[in-house]
Design a protein around this ligand. Structure first.
Ligand code: 3PG
Ligand code: MG
Length: 402
């Protein structure tokens, strides 16, 4: 069901509560907290500018991090408000609580994530109208994403999708319903269990699915390969086998890496943030094939795979990419992911429509300065995955129908 758009709202002089996803990366630099990636803020500007132009009084609500219901100074949205003010060339009043007449990280209240009805009522007091532009948080049924919309609607107020929300739903939804063919899907990431629902659904739509990332090794295990110390989910081997069978059944090209970059993990006596020993990856080298030695782990796709996947992407008319090909945070294991990014951009220049499903793949695109080269890059991580799985997002479901 199509949802009401912010375009269709009459808001002059009215208080509009706008939920945005400003859960952005921040860092301490020279004693100051700075936002290190402004994409999520920038992407909401069209909605905010439209509402300003329509004469609305805007109240923004957002969360940052996972403060677990307590005030956590390191997760204050104050630096984000400052960044927004700079980007929108207007003052943004910052208030240090979100109920009453004030706004701050909604997750400083445990009632937010509990979707507490009384808390949703309080949030709703701020609003005559509700707009949700927080696609990235729309998979959460929280008070500021779901509960408040129900309250506003019950009172006869209207609840609309913002322009970013609409764009996300269009590219990750409608545009993939009847894709121009060939439709090539690239799926990476660590776990088959995270991606199996998406794989299953896309096996019904795609012409080809290209697999990368550590989930490769669960497929490898399913085919009797030697996966060494690679990350695997032995309890998902059946699921991997079923996906392979479904691909064959439906005549979907299902490509798995044919070579890889592997290294030997060695535990050091340093501890990471979680108190686990830091692993050093020693002797990275290319393995020309699928079998690994017992002591090594696969961390990226190899050069032959890069060529093979590059060819498949080059022939595509529609491309969906979600998940990195390897451990791209380490430059020694980043080439597969960056090569895919370059191939997707090149195909886009030749007229393909490219849709990037958020999270790590967008991070990799940004890192390689290629994000302007794709048709659409989602601001959602978990949300885009759940939406691609075909799930209804609670934050969308709660909006008024068009
Ligand atoms: C995100 O960054 O994924 C969204 O803002 C949602 O945050 P959450 O995963 O902590 O619910
Ligand atoms: Mg998340």
């Amino acid at each position: 069901m199509a949802k009401l758009s912010v375009n269709d709202l009459e808001v002059r002089g009215r208080r509009v509560l706008v939920r945005v996803d400003y859960n952005v990366p921040i860092e301490e630099k020279a004693g100051q907290t700075v936002v290190t990636d402004v994409t999520r803020i920038k992407e909401t500007l069209p909605t905010l500018e439209l509402l300003i132009q329509k004469g609305a009084r805007i109240i923004l609500a957002a969360h940052l991090g996972r403060p677990k219901g307590k005030r956590e100074p390191s997760m204050s949205l104050r630096p984000v408000a400052a960044k927004l003010s700079e980007l929108i060339h207007r003052p943004v009043a910052f208030v240090d609580d979100c109920v009453g007449e004030k706004v701050e990280n909604v997750r400083f209240h445990a009632e937010e994530e509990a979707n507490d009805p009384a808390f949703a009522e309080k949030l709703a007091r701020l609003a005559d109208v509700y707009v949700n532009d927080a696609f990235g948080a729309a998979h959460r049924a929280h008070a500021s994403t779901e509960g408040v919309a129900r309250v506003v609607a019950r009172r006869g107020g209207r609840c609309a999708a913002g322009l970013l929300m609409q764009k996300e739903l269009r590219f990750l939804g409608e545009e993939l319903e009847q894709p121009a063919r060939p439709f090539v899907v690239i799926l990476g990431g660590a776990k088959v269990s995270d991606k199996i629902k998406v794989i299953d659904r896309l096996l019904e739509k795609a012409d080809a699915i290209l697999i990368g990332g550590a989930m490769t090794y669960t497929f490898g295990l399913a085919q009797g390969q030697q996966v060494g110390k690679s990350l695997v989910e032995p309890d998902r081997v059946d699921v991997a086998r079923a996906a392979l069978a479904k691909a064959k059944d439906r005549n979907v090209r299902f490509l798995l890496p044919v070579d890889q970059v592997a290294a030997t993990p060695v535990k050091t006596d340093k501890l990471d943030k979680k108190g686990k020993p830091v692993v050093e990856w020693q002797q990275p080298h290319t393995v020309d094939g699928v079998d690994l030695a017992a002591a090594e782990a696969g961390l990226d796709v190899g050069p032959r795979t890069i060529r093979l996947y590059g060819e498949a992407v080059a022939g595509a008319k529609t491309i969906l990419w979600n998940g990195p090909m390897g451990m791209f945070e380490d430059p020694r294991f980043a080439e597969g992911t960056f090569a895919v990014a370059r191939a997707v951009v090149a195909a886009t220049q030749r007229g393909a429509k490219s849709i990037i499903g958020g999270g790590d793949s967008v991070k990799a695109l940004n890192k390689s300065k290629l994000s302007d080269g794709v048709t659409f890059a989602s601001t959602g991580g978990g949300a885009s995955l759940e939406f691609l799985e075909g799930q209804e997002l609670p934050g969308v479901a709660a909006l008024s129908n068009a």
